[in-house]
Write a protein that binds this ligand. Structure first.
Ligand code: C2O
Ligand code: CU
Ligand code: CU
Length: 572
């Protein structure tokens, strides 16, 4: 007891010493345009006194990655290079795109490989994100800090008087917590799911200066498991203007908002009444949550323990600075934001039920799964018909809360525990992720439009977004099938490549012009994959300028028969 008390006062003293000093929270670098080069790599960051911590990051960041600004309607190209020394994937969370571009567990990018997905942006203005999704490795790679924001712009959002100067009155805030292993200089990953120390955009004890006016904060719960019950230290009212899939129809005034792993919320808060030089804290009011709230456990040590469990703690210290002069300050919240027409329960022509179940106990313990089946890459997918409107009810008769996420489309939550009015106002917009508390059910309606691909090797996922649960098998997959115009006739998949040798661009000459190219994989002659091109835009030639001189194999998979044909070429 005495020892515990001593330890407690040491910890208290340590946390006070840490609290005393704030670090300025940087905005991740902003990238604009239609072509994005993303280099995933290992890095290091000074996060605790002593040695730097080994992290994972993208481009110039040393934890996390750049914020990608993209416009609805644009054709965007991603050049993702995996410079880790292990395989990874990069998933575009919330993005509506073909499954072969989705970056889920099936689109594995080997170390050293360039993966080039592309798509036309169909999402409306929203705050999305990207992160690794390699099955059984997601928790470890996300713990290292690999991820980033995507901000989708569209004309409807642009026409509103909203704060939108990035880093000035419109900021992104990724919430995570970490524990440190001082021997290996790494984050603690698999053994503990809740970190002991808060990181806001990868910054411990974060502070920021924000102007004396309305500001917009795009908040992402990028945790492994912890939930956040967010609010301001003076309990002021703030406005939820958007959630996962974009703007709500009208702002919702709150003093607290719960945000679970994978969810996003866009808030506006008025600093116009605050004195320049004053400060206010955005906090997690996580003490006293109902049993099953992730991070509400009382213990400070052990697998589910953390120094941040069941307490209120700071997320962001905000220093109020002068009103902006370069950009027009926003002084009110628009009363209407969007005109979303949501699916209703009666729109659905297909109904599905999914149950959270307990996995197999024992040494190779799988704590949770869906419908008593643990995920495997080759499990039978659910089959959804293109353009069907489906109603899914996810039931959690489990002892613990979860965070449920669906790929491909945004959906509308129509009921909690069968009750429509029990859906929170903060989750009233288009959603792709939601909190599924213990002993509760959630019903949502989605239309699976635009993209069909019957290839079981490229399904979409649904899963718990807790890194460990997902890695442990709490995931399922589905394909969307329909007639997408694929030629049903047998085709001759022979082709030739020119010029050969080639310098910058390599052209494909198909023997049968009916052949549709589904996937191209370029490998060295020793078999190392160097480029992966889902449904390449081959008509204008394939850019091979990044390859070193040498002999390569070019493997083409055709869409009709899924057969592969391989040719060699020389890069000058
Ligand atoms: Cu944010 Cu399937 O993931
Ligand atoms: Cu996702
Ligand atoms: Cu879970």
């Amino acid at each position: 007891m005495k020892k515990n008390l001593q330890l407690f006062s040491i910890l208290l003293f340590m946390s006070m010493a840490i609290q005393a000093q704030y670090n300025t929270m940087p905005m991740p670098e902003a990238l604009y345009g239609t072509d994005f080069n993303l280099n995933i790599h290992e890095s290091t960051k000074q996060l605790v006194t002593g040695n730097q911590t080994i992290t994972g990051a993208i481009n110039n960041e040393n934890f996390w990655g750049p914020t990608l600004f993209i416009n609805k309607g644009d054709l965007v190209h991603m050049n993702v290079t995996n410079n880790l020394n292990e395989s990874t994937t990069l998933h575009w969370h919330g993005m509506h795109l073909p499954s072969v571009m989705d970056g889920g567990p099936h689109q594995v990018i080997p170390a050293g490989t360039l993966w080039q997905p592309y798509w036309t942006v169909m999402n409306q203005a929203s705050t999305l994100w990207y992160h690794p999704h390699l099955h059984t490795t997601t928790q470890a790679q996300m713990t290292k800090g690999i991820g980033g924001f995507i901000i989708v712009k569209d004309p409807q959002e642009a026409a509103l008087a909203l704060p939108r100067t990035y880093g000035v009155d419109d900021i992104v805030l990724a919430l995570t917590s970490r524990s440190y292993n001082a021997t290996t200089n790494t984050f603690v990953s698999s053994t503990r799911v809740y970190g002991d120390y808060m990181l806001s955009n990868g910054t411990p004890n974060a502070q920021i200066s924000l102007p004396k006016q309305y500001v917009r904060i795009r908040i992402l719960n990028a945790e492994i498991e912890r939930g956040y019950n967010l609010g301001f230290s003076d309990n002021r009212t703030f406005y939820i203007i958007g959630n996962d899939g974009g703007l709500l129809n009208a702002p919702v005034a709150v003093t607290r908002v719960k945000l679970m792993v994978g969810e996003r919320v866009e808030i506006m808060v008025n600093l116009g009444g605050d004195a320049v030089g004053s400060s206010i804290d955005l906090k997690a009011y996580n003490s006293g949550q109902a049993f099953g709230f992730p991070g509400g456990e009382p213990n400070t040590s052990g697998d589910f323990g953390s120094l941040l469990n069941n307490i209120d703690f700071n997320v962001l210290h905000i220093n109020v600075a002068a009103t902006t002069t370069a950009t027009t300050p926003i002084t009110s919240v628009p009363s209407t934001l969007a005109t979303n027409t949501y699916w209703t329960a009666t729109d659905a022509n297909v109904t599905r039920a999914i149950a959270v179940t307990n996995g197999n106990p024992g040494p190779a313990s799988v704590p949770f799964n869906f419908d008593n089946v643990s995920y495997s890459l080759t499990m039978t997918p659910k089959v959804v018909n293109l353009d069907d409107v489906e109603k899914w009810t996810i039931t959690n008769s489990n002892v613990f809360g979860h965070s449920f996420h669906l790929h491909d489309v945004e959906f509308k939550i129509v009921a909690r525990n069968g009750v429509a009015t029990a859906v929170g106002s903060h989750e009233s917009g288009w959603k792709d992720t939601f909190y599924l508390p213990k002993s509760e059910s959630v019903t949502f309606v989605a239309k699976f439009n635009d993209f069909a691909d019957s290839d079981v090797n490229h399904p979409y996922m649904y899963h718990c977004h807790f890194g460990g649960h997902e890695d442990g098998g709490m995931m399922g997959q589905f394909i969307v099938t329909g007639t997408m115009g694929t030629n049903q006739n047998a085709t001759n998949t022979n082709f030739s490549l020119y010029p050969n040798p080639a310098n910058d661009r390599l052209y494909v000459n198909l023997k049968d012009s009916e052949t549709e190219i589904y996937y191209v994989t370029i490998s060295t002659i020793t078999g190392r994959v160097v480029m992966m091109l889902p449904q390449p835009e081959w008509q204008n030639g394939i850019d091979i300028s990044s390859l070193e001189a040498g002999v390569y194999t070019f493997q083409m998979m055709d869409k009709q028969s899924k057969s592969t044909t391989t040719k060699k070429f020389i890069k000058k």
